[in-house]
Design a protein around this ligand. Structure first.
Ligand code: ATP
Length: 236
């Protein structure tokens, strides 16, 4: 089975100048991601995962190299096209949820879909992530796992091609983390969305179709799991 290529990353490098020192966050990273894949980008702290995800999501620009999304070169987009790309094509999920505190779960999701073209049904998404009973609660009235479910509903309801998730289980205990991985897998399977999860937590790689292992700003391994595990079989 060969999926259509969704992302093509070519020779991507990113350096930061810190006084006299040049920090090489990414060094000539190249790979492709197929439509519908569940990808885990695994690497220790400082290996360049967030830098890579931010460039893939149009939030940051590389020092060199190219990113293509559906054969369009994102790295050549002007600000207007980048805004459109972030709104329409990409859903973001962060470690600390980033919900708006004075809006309920439902209102957080509704606000996000207001700025995109073909959103999914808000109630359906809240139900899909298991929050139908809690949709009128404010973030402060919800557990970390519930808040992360709202964040997933918010990102997925935009109906983006891809969900980019930066350590989505990083702030959660083991069992809640597993339940969040199950929700991400559900969005991948039921809605056919491509999902990229970055993590330093090696066991999570067992649920991926594809694994990219990073170290010191480079992709050291790029492999496919022949039998990805169901999240509930993962232990850490
Ligand atoms: N804005 C910045 N200015 C200077 N250096 C930066 C900046 N952002 C990242 N770096 C450096 O780039 C390298 C890669 O950082 P990055 O956050 O991408 O790694 P990471 O794998 O996501 O790490 P973590 O899991 O700890 O978030 C690190 O050495 C980091 O200190």
């Amino acid at each position: 089975m060969e999926n259509k290529v969704l992302y093509k990353v070519e020779g991507l490098s990113k350096s930061y100048q810190m006084g006299d020192v040049e920090v090489k966050a990414l060094q000539e990273v190249s790979f492709e991601i197929g439509e519908g894949e569940f990808v885990v980008i695994l690497g220790p702290s400082g290996s360049g995962k967030s830098t890579l995800l931010n460039i893939m999501g149009g939030m940051d620009k590389p020092s060199a190299g190219k990113v293509f999304f559906k054969e369009q070169e994102v790295t050549r987009y002007d600000d207007r096209k980048l805004t459109q790309f972030r709104r329409r094509d990409v859903g973001f999920i962060f470690q600390f949820y980033n919900l708006i505190g004075n809006l309920t779960a439902r209102e957080n999701v509704e606000l996000a879909v207001e700025i995109c073209d073909e959103p999914l049904d808000v109630e359906e998404m809240l139900e899909a992530v298991g929050l139908e009973e809690r949709s009128d609660h404010f973030p402060a009235q919800m557990s970390g796992g519930e808040q992360q479910r709202v964040a997933i509903a918010r990102a997925a309801a935009k109906n983006p091609e891809i969900l980019l998730c930066d350590e989505p289980t990083g702030a959660l205990d083991f069992e809640t983390g597993i339940s969040i991985l199950q929700v991400l897998k559900m969005v991948n399977e039921r809605y056919g969305r491509t999902v990229v999860v970055i993590t330093h937590n090696a066991p999570i790689a067992q649920m991926a179709d594809r694994v990219l292992k990073m170290r010191s700003g480079k992709v050291m391994e790029d492999y496919r799991n022949s039998q990805p595990l169901d999240p509930k079989e993962i232990v850490w």
